[in-house]
Design a binder for this molecule. Structure first.
Ligand code: ADP
Ligand code: MG
Length: 199
């Protein structure tokens, strides 16, 4: 599943860069691409026997050490902190997804100090984490489908927001009308997980 996410994010480079060009410096897709190339190299040295917690946390650490920029720290934290919270779990089910997303969202919000409404990737991640808790009792396919839809709703909601953090904050009201680039990445990640579970 993580390899599918890596391929999807790499393939989404043009769209993610375009989203960042509208509000920032246009490098978000390239950063995510570089990060997930490093993730693929790391995952190729691992196996399912390493445990789901280690697969996710190694994904985060590979992103942190390869990407740089705001999103290296932010997206690296998402996977590292979410992964650490899965320690001792053998199955990535609806309950594990909820635990992963709660720890991921808390970690990102602590590290980057963004709150919902600041027009960052938190605007997609936070509703995804809330939805995951609501559907924690469902099978992972159903849970991921609900989470992906919540992330998409959050990304769409970010269009109307005025950026108060990151590079886009200097645009003020001119940031209205475009979705946040990092929120677009969150959608690619969870939409791909959902498609993978459904396949
Ligand atoms: P940079 O801003 O260094 O060019 P990127 O373009 O790779 O980095 O990533 C920009 C994205 O990072 C934004 O669209 C936003 O979603 C996210 N981001 C920036 N700062 C924060 C923060 N403090 N908390 C959460 N997300 C953030
Ligand atoms: Mg950028």
């Amino acid at each position: 599943m993580l390899l599918a996410v890596a391929d999807a994010v790499i393939a989404a480079e043009p769209a993610l860069s375009e989203a960042d060009r509208n509000l920032g410096d246009g490098d978000h897709g390239l950063g995510m691409q570089r990060g997930f190339e490093a993730v693929k190299a790391k995952l190729e040295t691992m196996s399912g026997a390493d445990g789901i917690d280690k697969l996710f946390s190694a994904t985060g650490m590979a992103m942190m050490s390869s990407m740089g920029g705001a999103s290296g720290a932010i997206f690296g934290t998402l996977f590292r902190d979410g992964g650490k919270a899965l320690a001792g779990r053998e199955v990535f089910d609806g309950a594990a997804l909820a635990v992963f997303l709660r720890a991921a969202c808390d970690g990102v919000m602590t590290r980057g100090k963004a709150k919902p409404g600041d027009k960052t990737m938190v605007d997609a991640l936070h509703p995804a984490a809330e939805k995951a808790e609501e559907v924690a009792g469902a099978g992972v396919g159903e849970a991921l489908s609900a989470v992906a839809a919540a992330a998409e709703g959050g990304r769409d909601g970010s269009k109307a927001m005025i950026a108060t953090l990151g590079r886009a904050r200097t645009l003020g009201e001119a940031s209205i009308g475009h979705p946040d680039a990092g929120a677009c990445s969150v959608v690619v990640i969870f939409r791909t997980m959902s498609d993978f579970a459904a396949a």
